[in-house]
Unconditional design. Structure first.
Length: 358
């Protein structure tokens, strides 16, 4: 049994996606018999309590003295973060350190390797900074996967796990991919755990305006909107009256099953875009964070996607037009080719076990 530490954060500025995919990896590692410790800083909007609910051990780094900005996601220097991370896990041997954090790079990784004496695995999708690691995982469907991480970003010995074959999806997605349930006349919408550009409100407003202006007598589908736990508009959305056929919830324990039964989706261009592809659900995409822009632009040119653009520029009118187009073409929806079978977490763990044991 190996002890694997995972350095990852969630916050209002960072979002929840990094921690969510590390939950998948941590649970798969524990299922395979390994000991896992998450190392998370106490930031506003963190998911530390959710991690505990999933039965995961969490070492909590102290909150930074200053509040985070949209460009400072760490709150402390990389050196301080490395020293604090080391101090919190140094009471027991660490066999591998996994880091999923846009604010950390080769300097942090070198410090961790020196202080803990263990290899480092980096989870990244920006390819915008150097790394010093034994493993690198980028699960996104980039067109330039083989050249994306050029020699100046990685050392030649790094083992790269690239593409959706290694996507960290919950086990339910593999089962639903293999045995898909019957589709329902339903659209599911989810714009990330924080919905930083307010897409949920725009979508609900679009339905209301269409109804009030009688531009659509009745939508040929129901709409299920999942706001996300850290959405600042969550309470207002969940309490407000909605149109017939519209349901608004904060979260769903069986979100994956609802997605598998939907014929269409609205959503962000993050990991849920990979989840939707795994289940063959075509969608309308919105870029709700800067790190999603390149992936959104790429997916926009692929079959099965419509792209509304960057969330800071979208309006309820854009969603009204998209809903009208969807209603008019409901019985001629495009198909979305699957880019993954949902077994990426198994492949990642198998690769780590193979290399760490040899």
């Amino acid at each position: 049994m190996s002890h694997i530490a995972i350095r990852v954060d969630a916050s209002q500025a960072i979002g929840t996606g990094h921690v969510s995919r590390m939950h998948v990896l941590a649970n798969m590692l524990q299922t395979s018999g390994h000991q896992v410790t998450l190392v998370c800083r106490d930031l506003p909007g963190n998911l530390i309590a959710v991690s505990h609910e999933q039965g995961l051990t969490v070492a909590v780094l102290p909150a930074p003295k200053n509040s985070l900005s949209n460009t400072d996601w760490l709150g402390v220097s990389q050196q301080q973060d490395a020293e604090e991370t080391t101090a919190y896990v140094a009471n027991q041997l660490v066999d591998l350190m996994v880091v999923d954090h846009y604010a950390l790079d080769a300097r942090w990784e070198q410090s961790i390797h020196t202080q803990l004496g263990c290899p480092v695995m980096v989870v990244d999708d920006l390819a915008n900074r150097p790394h010093d690691c034994a493993f690198l995982l980028d699960q996104n469907p980039w067109p330039d996967l083989t050249t994306r991480y050029a020699s100046q970003l990685l050392n030649p010995q790094t083992r790269c796990l690239l593409g959706p074959d290694y996507a960290l999806l919950r086990p339910a997605f593999a089962a639903l991919h293999q045995y898909p349930p019957p589709r329902e006349d339903k659209v599911i919408a989810f714009f990330s755990g924080t919905d930083p550009t307010g897409e949920s409100v725009k979508l609900v407003d679009a339905v209301k305006h269409l109804e009030q202006e009688q531009k659509i007598e009745r939508l040929p589908f129901s709409l299920l909107l999942v706001t996300g736990r850290r959405n600042p508009d969550r309470d207002a959305l969940c309490k407000a009256p909605v149109s017939d056929g519209v349901r608004v919830v904060e979260a769903l324990s069986d979100f994956d099953a609802h997605m598998a039964r939907a014929r269409y989706a609205f959503g962000a261009a993050g990991v849920t875009a990979i989840e939707r592809s795994c289940l063959g659900v075509p969608s309308t995409l919105v870029c709700v964070a800067e790190n999603q822009h390149a992936m959104a632009e790429y997916l926009a040119g692929q079959p099965g996607y419509q792209y509304l653009g960057r969330g800071e520029h979208t309006r309820w009118q854009d969603y009204a037009s998209a809903l009208q187009h969807l209603a008019a073409n409901w019985h001629q929806l495009p198909t979305l080719p699957a880019i993954t079978d949902g077994k990426g977490a198994e492949r990642v763990v198998a690769a780590l076990e193979h290399d760490l044991c040899n």
